[in-house]
Design a protein around this ligand. Structure first.
Ligand SMILES: [Zn+2]
Ligand SMILES: [Zn+2]
Length: 333
């Protein structure tokens, strides 16, 4: 069967509390229609949808990639103050599990975000991430990612420093600069800088779409969700931003198209890598490979014992195991 040439590696489901309007059954039905071999879940700061996502993916014969768009404290996760409140309290970062070890680290990090770093959002920091990188792949996330924000502010040196940090802790081919195109004017400059950075630092690129809803018609509903979350009033002009490129798209061309200006980063990014087939999720079908339980820490009451799925088995040769699909590119150097 001929598969789609695009896999979503950055996607927010209904579990992405008040910032995601994608329900799982329609999602996987549409993914089957688009012949997508794989899909990732990367909800904001939580993994509440991981079990449901895994099981539904298996039901539809699609390979699940479990991830999270975590919040990263600018300094320490224990530092709970900021000058501008929520807006500078954290950066975004995408973590994807490529095997069982990665899944365990993902669970640990997300839990630490709530238990140790909560300040407006559940936040991790670079210190804890650097100790738990095994089995994870990191993408630089959206315009709210650290690198993109620094580039936007013109702090190029700091942006390069941040990118080098992630490249160093993740090692080769486990850190990607994320390219997105939501038709936002500022994004064009950021993308140009990201392409340049990819070449200079030899960091691969991943094109993503930051999906928050399924179809264009769902954009309004999603905006209303966001307004509920942020306590804002719905203005019609909000509904125009990111209208098309936050929806589930069927192919690579749509994901990287730059509105009226045609395809944006793809031609400059070199050959797409065929990596989707390299991930090894459990093929247990209706039965997940294993369930782990996280007992409450001493002194804490946990009314709901988290039952979580290990979604991928460890590859005997981790070096050969690249996660996931999507359009992953190496820049032409
Ligand atoms: Zn984001
Ligand atoms: Zn996102």
């Amino acid at each position: 069967m001929h598969h789609s040439d695009f896999v979503h590696l950055h996607l927010h489901t209904q579990y992405s509390l008040l910032d995601g309007a994608i329900r799982l059954e329609p999602l996987f039905k549409k993914a089957c229609e688009y012949k997508m071999p794989s899909l990732a879940i990367t909800d904001h700061g939580n993994m509440f949808g991981a079990v449901d996502f895994y099981r539904t993916a298996k039901k539809y014969g699609i390979k699940p990639i479990i991830g999270c768009e975590v919040y990263v404290a600018p300094t320490s996760r224990f530092e709970k103050s900021s000058q501008e409140g929520i807006s500078d309290s954290s950066y975004h970062l995408i973590l994807l599990a490529k095997n069982a070890a990665g899944y365990k680290n993902l669970v640990l990090l997300v839990s630490a975000g709530y238990l140790e770093g909560f300040y407006y959002r559940p936040r991790i920091d670079k210190e804890i991430l650097s100790k738990h990188t095994e089995g994870l792949i990191v993408l630089s996330s959206c315009m709210k990612g650290e690198i993109q924000r620094l580039l936007h502010k013109g702090q190029k040196d700091d942006a390069y420093k941040a990118a080098s940090f992630y490249k160093d802790i993740m090692g080769e081919r486990r850190f990607y600069l994320e390219i997105q195109d939501q038709n936002i004017p500022d994004q064009k400059g950021i993308n140009r800088d990201m392409l340049e950075m990819a070449k200079k630092l030899s960091i691969p690129l991943a094109a993503t779409n930051d999906c928050h809803y399924m179809d264009e018609k769902d954009a309004d509903a999603h905006e209303i969700l966001l307004c509920i979350q942020t306590g804002k009033v719905v203005f019609p002009q909000f509904l125009v931003v990111a209208l098309l490129l936050s929806q589930l798209v069927s192919n690579h061309q749509q994901a990287v198209s730059d509105g009226d200006n045609g395809p944006l980063p793809a031609p400059a990014c070199g050959q797409p890598m065929e990596v989707s087939r390299k991930i090894r999720t459990s093929d247990a079908g209706s039965r997940p490979s294993s369930l782990t339980e996280n007992p409450p820490q001493p002194g804490r009451s946990t009314p709901l014992l988290a039952r979580t799925l290990v979604v991928a088995r460890t590859d005997p040769d981790p070096g050969s195991q690249m996660l996931c699909g999507g359009e992953l590119f190496y820049p032409r150097v």
